[in-house]
Design a protein around this ligand. Sequence first.
Ligand SMILES: CC(C)(COP(=O)(O)OP(=O)(O)OC[C@H]1O[C@@H](n2cnc3c(N)ncnc32)[C@H](O)[C@@H]1OP(=O)(O)O)[C@@H](O)C(=O)NCCC(=O)NCCS
Length: 175
Amino acid sequence: MPFNQFKNISLNIENYGQVELVNYISLSDEQALDVLHMRNHPEVRRWMHNAREITKSEHFEFIDKLRSSEDKLYFLVLFKGQQVGVINLTGIDLKALTCELGLFANLNTGMEGKGKLLMSSILCFAEKKLKLERLTLEVFLSNCRAIKLYEKFGFVYDRQIFKNGLDVICMSLDL
Ligand SMILES: CC(C)(COP(=O)(O)OP(=O)(O)OC[C@H]1O[C@@H](n2cnc3c(N)ncnc32)[C@H](O)[C@@H]1OP(=O)(O)O)[C@@H](O)C(=O)NCCC(=O)NCCS
């Protein structure tokens, strides 16, 4: 796997300071279960293509498959000891210098501004560590909260598509 060096990453992010990224493949069992709990929150999974509850065995199988993945990275984001949420980069193409991003916040904590911290982390990692030049994403047309967040970070609307029976917006950002 070409991303062996990205197990635990420390980023220094403007306006925040130190943020830790823990690769799914090096999560403790306890952290892996925390991530599953976050992903299964009804207000998270309703915005995912796979909106049903994920079982423990599916989750651990998913993590296991990541060990041999050539183009995907999933991280739990920690800030001041708190689990902020998850960021992921898929379809990483180190020739075209692009990837697709995804994220969800830990809605089980009351911490403010989780979305902004997750976005800052993913942009910092993509730019500084992977040296990517372009990020893309897909978001449900009805997910106003996420769209606002993406616009705030400079993502622009590319096109609208119909996917799995839903209206989806494709956005991108040139780094
Ligand atoms: C999308 C998500 C990460 C945003 O996280 P968040 O913690 O709500 O975001 P923040 O509090 O940092 O807010 C960031 C911006 O989002 C927008 N926003 C926040 N709450 C909003 C709301 N209720 N309605 C509309 N926009 C909202 C605002 O522009 C806000 O910036 P501001 O506070 O400067 O005005 C989070 O809601 C989440 O995990 N949702 C479920 C999973 C998901 O939708 N993932 C994206 C799939 S494409």
